[in-house]
Design a binder for this molecule. Sequence first.
Ligand SMILES: *[C@@H]1O[C@H](CO)[C@@H](O)[C@H](O)[C@H]1NC(C)=O
Ligand SMILES: *[C@@H]1O[C@H](CO)[C@@H](O)[C@H](O)[C@H]1NC(C)=O
Ligand SMILES: *[C@@H]1O[C@H](CO)[C@@H](O)[C@H](O)[C@H]1NC(C)=O
Ligand SMILES: *[C@@H]1O[C@H](CO)[C@@H](O)[C@H](O)[C@H]1NC(C)=O
Ligand SMILES: *[C@@H]1O[C@H](CO)[C@@H](O)[C@H](O)[C@H]1NC(C)=O
Ligand SMILES: *[C@@H]1O[C@H](CO)[C@@H](O)[C@H](O)[C@H]1NC(C)=O
Ligand SMILES: *[C@@H]1O[C@H](CO)[C@@H](O)[C@H](O)[C@H]1NC(C)=O
Ligand SMILES: *[C@@H]1O[C@H](CO)[C@@H](O)[C@H](O)[C@H]1NC(C)=O
Length: 805
Amino acid sequence: MHILFKFLIPLITLYYSSQVTPSIASSSSSFSPSILTQGSSILVENKDYLVSPNGTFTAGFHKIGQNAYYFAIWFSIPMLDGNYTLVWMANRDEPVNGKRSTFSLSREGNLVLTDAGNTIWKSTNIRSNSPVELQLLDSGNLVLTTLENKSSYLWQSFSFPTDTLLPNQPFTKDTVLISSRSSTNLSSGFYKMYFENDNVIKLLYSSNEITSVYWPLPYLVSWEAERTTYNNSKSALLDSKGQFQSTDDLSFRTIDYGDQALQRRLTLDVDGNIRVYSLKNRRWSVSWQAVSLPCSIHGVCGPNSLCTYNSKSERRCACPHGYKSKNNSDVSFGCEPIHDLSGHHENFEFIKLPYVEFYGFDSDYIENATFKECKKACLTNSNCKAFQFAFYNEENHFKCYVKTLLFNGYYKGTPFTTYLKLPKSDVLSYDQDVANESGLTCSSSIIELKRTYEKKRENGPLKFTLWFSIILGVIEVTSFVFFYYVTKQPSTTTTQSYLAIATGFKRFTYAEIVKASNKFREEIGRGGGGIVYKGILPDKRVVAIKRLHEAIQGEAEFLTEMSTIGRINHKNLIETYGYCAEGKHRILVYEYMENGSLAGNLGGNQLDWQNMFEIAVGVAKGLAYLHEECLEWVLHCDVKPQNILLDANYNPKVADFGLSKLFHQGVAENSIFSRIRGTRGYMAPEWVFNLPITSKVDVYSFGMVVLEMITGRSPTYDQPRDENERLEQKRLVSWVREKVHEAGESLTDAQIMEIRNPMIRGGYEKEHMNNLLIVALQCVEEDKDARPTMSEVVKMIMHLVAVDD
Ligand SMILES: *[C@@H]1O[C@H](CO)[C@@H](O)[C@H](O)[C@H]1NC(C)=O
Ligand SMILES: *[C@@H]1O[C@H](CO)[C@@H](O)[C@H](O)[C@H]1NC(C)=O
Ligand SMILES: *[C@@H]1O[C@H](CO)[C@@H](O)[C@H](O)[C@H]1NC(C)=O
Ligand SMILES: *[C@@H]1O[C@H](CO)[C@@H](O)[C@H](O)[C@H]1NC(C)=O
Ligand SMILES: *[C@@H]1O[C@H](CO)[C@@H](O)[C@H](O)[C@H]1NC(C)=O
Ligand SMILES: *[C@@H]1O[C@H](CO)[C@@H](O)[C@H](O)[C@H]1NC(C)=O
Ligand SMILES: *[C@@H]1O[C@H](CO)[C@@H](O)[C@H](O)[C@H]1NC(C)=O
Ligand SMILES: *[C@@H]1O[C@H](CO)[C@@H](O)[C@H](O)[C@H]1NC(C)=O
C-alpha cells in the first residue's frame, strides 16, 4: 500500500507519484523528504520518519517504552544523554504497539493513527476537494495543505500543543498546555496552562482532590500581577528572538534574548513551572521560568505534606510530625495522620510550624481574634486540621484561619505560622525532627572524634531550638536556651590525639610554616586576632597562613579548638589544612581564596547579581552548618564582609570561625562572652545591651552583610563605639525597612533602583531581590527571638539560586 524510500540515514522519506492510484513511487527526481502524500502511510516497523527541509525536526514513531510508541515530533539532534526532546505527540495518553501501527494520510485527506486496525487518533474531519499533502516545516509545525495553496493550513500540529510551545507557535484561547505525568511518563499530567475567561494566562493544578490556580498568585488581582483583563483577543507568542508577548500584558525576554540562531522551546514542566529552554551544546538550559519558588506551585506534595528544599535547592516533600507518608514511592499521594484526629477536643493540642502556610481550604476566618479564640475555633471543629494565626502588619490586626484540609504547605516566611492539631500524645513526643528533616545528615568526611571539653559542659545540656521545636502550650513562654561554652582545660588531652583528626588536617612545625610562608613575606590580610600571609606548601598547594596574636595562651585550649575546626567540613566554610602550636606560636593554615574577601569585591564591579544571590545563600548555608548541623554549637560572632572569602568562581566561604573562644581566656567561667566580640556595624544589639548571646547574633550580622551587599552602603562608621553608632546602624536598616514597607507586597523597579548597589552588574529578578531584602530585614530584627535561625534563613532564600540548569 505504501512505498518507502530510504535516503540518507536517518532521513527517510516517502513520496507518492499519484494521489489516486497507489502504485510504484517515482524515484529520486521528485524526492521530497518532509512530505507525506495523500493515501500513504508511515509504518511503525519500518522506522520511517518525516524530516523538515533543513533537518531541525523529525516526525514519526517514537519509542517510549517496552512495545509502546507515540507518533511524535522531536528535535532531530539527540541531547548529550542520547535522548530526544519531544515537542508534540498525537497520542500521548494512548501509546500504540510496536507492530502493525500506522500513521496515514487517508484518501479523504484525514490524518489517522491506527493500532492493529483500531483508530487511536484522528485529525478533525477534513473534506477537501483538492488533493492534499502533509509537510513537516522547519518551524516544527506539521501541516496539512492543499497542493494549490501551501500557505493555507487545513490542519496543523501547532494548533494542538501538548506540553511545549515552539517559537512562533501561537498560544490562543483554543490551546492549552498540559504537563507530562512525570519525567518518564509523558501522558497528560496535573498542570495546565490556559487562557482563563478573564483573558489572563493562568497555571492550574488539577487532580481528583483539588483544583487551584497558582500563577499568577491567586490572591493578587490582575493588575497587581501586572496583567490586564481588558483585551479579549487571548493570544500569545514566543518569537524567535526570545521575547514572549501576550494580550494579557504578560511579557518577558529570555536571558539570551536577541540570539535568533538558538533553538528554544517553552514547556510546562512536570513540576508545574513554565520554563523557556535554549539549546546550547546539545543541552537545554533554562533561559526563563515563571515561578521562582518551586514550593509555591500547588499540588506538588499531595495533601498534608510540606514542601521544602534539599541541599541542592531541589524540591522535596515531607510529612509533618504526627503524619506519615501514604505511599513511600510517590510523594504526590501526600501524608495521613498517624493517629485518629476525630474524637473529643480535650485530647488535642497543637504544635507550631513557624513560617509555614497551607494555602486555601479555610473553613472559617476570624478577624481580630485572639490566639485563644482561634485555637478554640479549631479545637471545637472536628474537621479542623490546623489553624493559621498571625499578625498582619499592613492591616494592623490579627487574622485567624481555620483549615479543614492541608494543601500546598511550604515555608513562606512571616507572618505565616501554622498550628497543627494533633493528639496530645503526639504533641508530647514532638521533637525538632519534624518531617524527618534529613538535610541534617552529616557529611561522611567528618571523623567521629569526641570533643574533649564535652564532658565539662556541666551547665545544662544544650537544646537549641531548631525549626519548629516550639511546642505550644508547653513552651509557649520561651524556648531558647542559654548556652555557654566552658572551655576548661581538658585534663586528658594529649597532642597525639589531634594528629589523627582527619587526613589532610595536619600539625605543622614552625619551621615548615616559616618555609611555606617564605619567612612571612607576603601579607594578604589582617584582623580577627592575627595577620594572614600567603604561602605555598611543599605539595604546591597555595595556602593562607594566619599567625594569631600572642595573647592567646594555652596549648590545650588551642588544640581543643583545632579539633573542632578540623572536623568542620562544608563547602561554604573555609577549609583548614592544619595548624601549628609550638612555643608561643599559634598558627592556622587555610585554603587560599583567589578572589579575596567579599569586602574587597563589593566596591569593584566584579560581581553581578547572580553572584550576589549565590553568595548570600552560600554564606547562610555555611553559618547554618556551624550553628546546627552535625557539630555542636559553633558561634561565629564576627560575620562581616571581610570574613567572607571568594574562590576563583566567586563561591563564598566563611572564614575565621571556631576561634571566638580563644580570645576569652581568663574571663569569668560562666560569662565566656562577657567581652564584646564582633565588628562595629555588624554587631547584634545583644552585645551592646549585655543580653545573652545565642546563635542569633550571627543571624543579625548576616542580615547586615546582606543589606550591605544589596545597597552597597556600609554599616560601619568611624565613630566611637556607643549608642550613636547603634543609631547609624539602625539608620541603614530602617531606611531599607521603610522602602520595603512603603512598597507593601513587592517593590517596584524604581524602588529597587533606589535601594540597590549601582556597582553590581547584570540583571536580577525582581522577586529574588524582594525576597532577599525581606529575609535580610527579618535577620536584623532588634528582638533576637523575632529573627529566624540560620537554617530557616537558608530555607527562605534557597530558591534564589534555584534557577538555571
Ligand atoms: C533518557 O532516556 C532513558 C530511557 O528512556 C531514561 O531512562 C533516562 O532517564 C533519560 N535521561 C534523561 C536525562 O531524561
Ligand atoms: C532551520 O530552519 C529554522 C526555521 O527557519 C531555523 O530556525 C533553523 O536555524 C534552521 N536550521 C538550520 C540547521 O539551518
Ligand atoms: C492561500 O491561502 C492564504 C491563507 O489562507 C491566503 O491568504 C492566500 O490568498 C491564498 N493564496 C491563494 C493563491 O489562494
Ligand atoms: C502513565 O500515567 C498514566 C496516568 O496515571 C497511567 O495510566 C499510565 O499507565 C502510565 N504509563 C506508564 C507507562 O507508566
Ligand atoms: C489586544 O491585543 C492585540 C494584540 O496585541 C491588539 O492588536 C489589540 O488592539 C488589543 N485590543 C485592545 C482592545 O486593546
Ligand atoms: C504507590 O505508588 C506507586 C507508584 O505510583 C504504585 O505503583 C503503588 O501501587 C502505590 N502503592 C499504594 C499502596 O498505593
Ligand atoms: C481590628 O483591630 C484593629 C486594631 O485594633 C482595628 O483597627 C480594626 O478596625 C479591627 N477590625 C475589625 C474588623 O474589627
Ligand atoms: C522518619 O524517621 C524515622 C526515625 O528516624 C524513620 O523510622 C521513618 O521511616 C522516617 N520516615 C520517613 C517518611 O522517612
